[in-house]
Design a protein around this ligand. Structure first.
Ligand code: ADP
Length: 271
């Protein structure tokens, strides 16, 4: 006769199965964390680009107006009994140049907005910075802020994701612009400099002439959802820090009474 009573569960998993299961669960939660980070990073980038739309429109308007003016000029040179072919050719060359410039702006925006997994490319950090300066120049001019650069020539390449590093630069420049905001007095400048460190890193500094940061908050500003802005989300710096750390570098802030805030990051050089 079979004994009655509650069924006793039979343990079929060995300790090593249990370790494998836990490891798999850990990997899965790491994957989910990474996915969420990527989604946040993407949302932040799209929001910033939306905010920059006036600046981007201005950036596109210039070459497009150039195209129209040159096309009208070409038509004039081609009119009449004795069309001036060389002048018309010059105007047409300007149309090609301006058309390509507008195309470049589109390409830069498209790569920034695209949702793509992180890449590992060999990059010149100066190029990454100059592309973002191109996109933010209009917004800076609107705010009467000058973006100055001191980019070291012949920097070693770094390995990383162009779009993510552009996002970091974009966030730091936008924060600097907002910090300078509507201050009446003093210089209105952002200085971006790059250099190679003796320990084999490329170093980037974004320094502004805003009010600076209370030294007591120098670490807190990197916390997720920490913001002092009425419409701020407080995600920008926390995303920037995780991007830089994923590249094997560090991101930190310093502040001076006279010089506003200074955000600096390092990324290991390769080769
Ligand atoms: P958000 O811009 O949405 O507030 P961030 O994470 O980018 O989010 O910034 C967090 C906070 O850090 C800002 O609200 C601001 O108080 C401070 N901060 C960031 N950049 C600067 C800067 N350049 N100068 C002064 N304060 C800054």
């Amino acid at each position: 006769m079979r004994p009655h009573g509650p069924a006793i569960p039979i343990c079929v998993t060995s300790p090593s199965d249990e370790v494998t299961r836990l490891e798999e669960a850990a990997r899965e939660s790491e994957r989910q964390y990474h996915d969420i980070q990527m989604q946040l990073a993407h949302a932040n980038r799209v929001a910033t680009m939306g905010y920059l739309s006036a600046s981007i429109a201005h950036e596109l308007n210039q070459p497009l107006s150039g195209v129209v003016v040159s096309a009208e000029t070409a038509l004039l040179w081609l009119q009449g009994d004795q069309p001036n072919i060389p002048e018309a050719q010059k105007a047409l060359t300007r149309i090609v140049r301006d058309g390509n410039r507008a195309g470049d702006v589109f390409r830069r925006i498209r790569t920034l907005i695209k949702k793509a997994p992180p890449q590992k490319d060999s990059l010149d950090i100066n190029d990454v910075i100059l592309e973002i300066i191109g996109l933010t120049q209009g917004e800076a001019a609107k705010n009467r802020v000058q973006i100055l650069t001191r980019l070291e020539d012949g920097l070693p390449p770094i390995e990383g994701d162009r779009v993510q590093l552009q996002q970091v630069t974009l966030n730091l420049i936008m924060n600097a612009l907002e910090a300078i905001g509507d201050r009446d007095a003093g210089p209105r400048e952002i200085l971006i400099s790059t250099a190679e460190t003796p320990s084999g890193y490329v170093h980037v500094r974004v320094q502004d002439s805003g009010p600076g940061i209370d030294p007591a908050n120098l670490e807190r500003i990197f916390d997720a959802f920490y913001t002092t802005k009425a419409n701020g989300l407080g995600m920008g710096l926390s995303i920037c820090r995780s991007i830089i750390e994923a590249h094997g570098g560090k991101l930190w802030a310093t502040t001076g009474v006279q010089h506003g805030a200074s955000f600096q990051f390092t990324v290991p050089a390769v080769g």
